[in-house]
Design a protein around this ligand. Sequence first.
Ligand code: 5AD
Ligand code: SF4
Length: 468
Amino acid sequence: MKLPNINEARKRTKNEVDYIYLNQNYDEDMFKGQKYFLRTYGCQMNVHDGEEIAARLESLGFKSTDSIETADIVILNTCAIRENAHDKLYGFLGRCKHEKEKNNPNLIIGICGCMAQEEGVVDDIIKRHPYVDIVFGTHNIHELQDLLISKNEKQNIKVYSCEGNVYENISYKRDSNIKAWVNIQYGCDKFCTYCIVPYTRGKQRSRKSSEIIKEVEELVRLGYKEVTLLGQNVNAYGKELEDELSFAELLRAVSETGIERVRFVTSHPWDFTDDMIECIAKCDNIMPYIHLPLQSGSSRILKLMGRRYTKEEYLELYNKIRNTIPNCSITTDIIVGFPNETDEDFNDTLNVAETCKFDSAFTFIYSPREGTPAAKMEDAIDMKKKEERLHKLNEIINKYSLEANKKYLNKVVPVLIEGVSEKDSSKVFGYTDTMKLVNVENAQDKIGKIIDVEITDAKSFSLDGKAL
Ligand code: 5AD
Ligand code: SF4
C-alpha cells in the first residue's frame, strides 16, 4: 500500500524528468459484460484524466453506464482545489455505500484525482470508509488496470507523492470527436500560497514538443477541429527543459499543423511574453481568447499569495493584450477573502474588475487547504463578510459580462457547432472564436462545422443566434 505524504509532495529535488513510453496490453475480455460509472469533478486537467481512465477501463472490457445502480465499478475522479470538493465526494460516497450494502455487494468503489493525493483524505478513507476498494493518485493512473486485476479483499491504495514523470502512448476515450484536450505539461512549481495543486500534481514537467505535435497531427487526421493545450501553468511550457521550444514557439508549431482552432489554458501572467501576444495576434487559427487569472487586485495580497506580479503589472499586461489582439476576449479567476484581506485590498480588486471589464470571471471565496502556507495564516475576517464581498464582486463581473456579450448583437461571428442544445433540442450550440457560448437556430446539420452565425440576443452567460 502506498500512501500520500505532504512533505514528499512538497519536494523539488529531481533535476531530470523520466519520459516513460508505455506499452500496455490488457485482456479486453477480462471484465467483459461489466459496466463502469465514472464521475469527474474539477478542472479541465481532471476532465482529460477522466478520458484516460475511461480508456483504461474499456481496455479491460468494461462499458460505460450513467447510473450507479447498473454499474459494477464506480470511479470518483476528485478535485481538491476548495473545501466544498470534500463535501461533494462524501455526499456521493454515501450513495455508493448504500448501493453496495443494499443491492450490489460486489460493487467496486474507486477514488482517484487530486483528493486521493491528500494525506488527510486517504487516512479518513482507511479509518471510516472501509467499503472503498481502490484509491489511486494522479501519478498512478497508468496503474489502474493492474490495481483492478490484482484487486484483493483489502483496500488497494496506490498514491505516490512524487515529483512525477511524463508518460507517453496514453490512450484516451475522448468525450468529443470535434474538440480535444492535449496535455502539454503536468504539475506546477509556482506554489501560490493558497493552492494545493503543486502538492497533488507534482513538479512542472513538460512533454516533448515532438510528441505534442505528433498528437495534434493525429487529431487533425481524425477530423478534429479544435485542440486546447492543457497545463496548470501552460505558458511556462518548456522552461525546465534545455533545447525545448518556448510556449510561443510551440503555439506556432501547433498552429502549423493546420488544425482549425487552437486554445490553451491556464496562463500565468508572470510567464506571459510579448512573443506569445504577437503569435496569438498573427496566427489566424490561434483563438483570440485568454484566461488570465488575476486572483486579487491588491498588490499587498498578491504578494502574500506569492503571485509574482503587482496590480500595475497585471494591468500593463492586460492593456498590452487588448491593444495588440483585436477583439480578444479575456476572462479571469478571482479569490476574495484571502486571510486578512482588508476593505482597501478588496476595493483594489473591485477597481481592477471595473477597469478590465472582463468578458467573464470565475470568482471564489478563499478556502484554506491543509499543508499550504496560507492555511497557517491567521484570519480575522468572518465568512459573512467574505460572502458579501463575493456578492459585490459578482455584481460587477456580471454587469461587464453582459456588456461584453451585448457588443455581439447583430454581428456575424464564426461558431464551431458542437451538438444539440440540452435545453432546447430544436437548437444546436457552439462557441465563437472568443469562447462565447451561442445557441443557434437553423443549424441541425452543421454539427462539427464552423459556420457564420448572426447574433440575435445577448445574455450574461450566453448568446442566441441564427445560422446564415
Ligand atoms: N481557495 C479558493 N480558490 C482557490 N483557487 C485555487 N486555490 C484556491 C483556494 N484555496 C482558485 C484560483 C484558481 C482557480 C482554479 O481556483 O482562482 O485560479
Ligand atoms: Fe495553483 Fe498558482 Fe500553480 Fe495555478 S500557478 S496551479 S494557482 S500554484
